[in-house]
Design a protein around this ligand. Structure first.
Ligand SMILES: O=C(O)CCC(=O)C(=O)O
Ligand SMILES: [Fe+2]
Length: 300
């Protein structure tokens, strides 16, 4: 059996460059004390309320019959803003995903920096008795192939809302597996648990093999996961349907744009109105967004 390298844990004071360097080398990294105590406690209350409305999965292959999942988290949890705008998470995601490319517009060589966007959100409560989730790559949603010209599509986070231990189902990761091609089959024996204390976070890229662990304890393991993706792929969780306009308007501008209300230099996400292509962000200030967008008939 080949030996699996360990996952590195960095202190809260680490720099974006350190985080990126380790993620690009190992496929993931644990950040200690990712959330401060106040943010953690408020997020925990919001997440517990969301999970209280969830039902166990129907199948044991991926979603888990002893696992609760709650999504639409930007509609339900104000403290998700602290997660997505965390300088080490968003900073690392931007650095990994927003690598410029150059294209020709006629004879003009033009650099383009892709947008990034929130791709999915989910609280995951692995209850006692839940067995292993199959190891997988989260960029499977996009049918991403490996290697992919060195371009990653997703930077995922798993924030521990309880301690994550080998015994209670800590996410299992295969460090280094982001460099594997698509022929190599991941083995559980190669995976290691991302053990961390509540409030810490595992950040990993979409090409890293991982999966939920077995919960052999008598208490649930709770994590909050979300993805920051390249703006050129479809959002896995439809954020336009998930976040009501009223809530959207109250979010910081950067989060609104990350939820998909933006259009990039490569024309992804525009909206036609009055015979011109517009950035959808221009419509967010409207009193009645569906009406401004022409999604409902105006009353006059
Ligand atoms: O719950 C976990 O630890 C991992 C879950 C996961 O990777 C997934 O559902 O895609
Ligand atoms: Fe996953």
């Amino acid at each position: 059996m080949t030996s699996t390298p360990a996952l590195i844990t960095l202190p809260a004071g680490a720099s974006v460059n350190e985080v990126v360097e380790i993620i690009e080398r190992d496929g993931g990294v644990v950040l200690e004390k990712f959330l401060d105590a106040a943010a953690f406690l408020e997020l925990k209350t919001e997440i517990d309320a969301a999970l209280a409305t969830s039902a166990f999965g129907d199948t044991d292959d991926f979603v888990g019959t002893d696992t609760l999942r709650a999504s639409r988290l930007f509609a339900r949890c104000r403290r998700m803003v602290d997660v997505v705008l965390h300088p080490l998470y968003l900073g690392a995601a931007r650095k990994i995903l927003q690598k410029p490319i150059e294209v020709w517009f006629g004879e003009k060589r033009t650099p383009i920096i892709p947008l990034v966007q929130i791709g999915m959100t989910q609280a995951i409560q692995i209850c006692p008795g839940q067995g292993l989730q199959p190891l997988h790559r989260d960029d499977t949603s996009f049918l991403w192939r490996h290697p992919h010209y060195g371009r990653e599509a997703r930077v995922q986070i798993m924030v521990a809302m309880t301690d994550f231990t080998a015994a209670n189902g800590a996410t299992r990761v295969i460090p280094g597996s982001h460099k594997w091609d698509d022929e190599r089959c991941p083995q559980q024996a190669e995976s290691i648990p991302a053990e961390m204390t509540a409030g810490s976070a595992l950040i990993f890229i979409g090409s890293t093999y991982h999966g939920g662990g077995t919960n052999n304890t008598d208490r649930p393991r709770i994590g909050v996961t979300m993805a920051i993706d390249l703006g050129t792929v479809r959002q896995e969780e439809n954020q336009y349907l998930s976040v009501p306009y009223k809530t959207l308007k109250e979010l910081p501008t950067e989060v609104q744009k990350l939820l998909g209300w933006d259009a990039g230099e490569n024309f992804m996400g525009w909206y036609e109105s009055g015979g011109k292509m517009h950035n959808p962000f221009d419509y967010l200030a409207a009193e009645n967004i569906p009406q401004a967008l022409g999604l409902v008939e105006s009353s006059d």
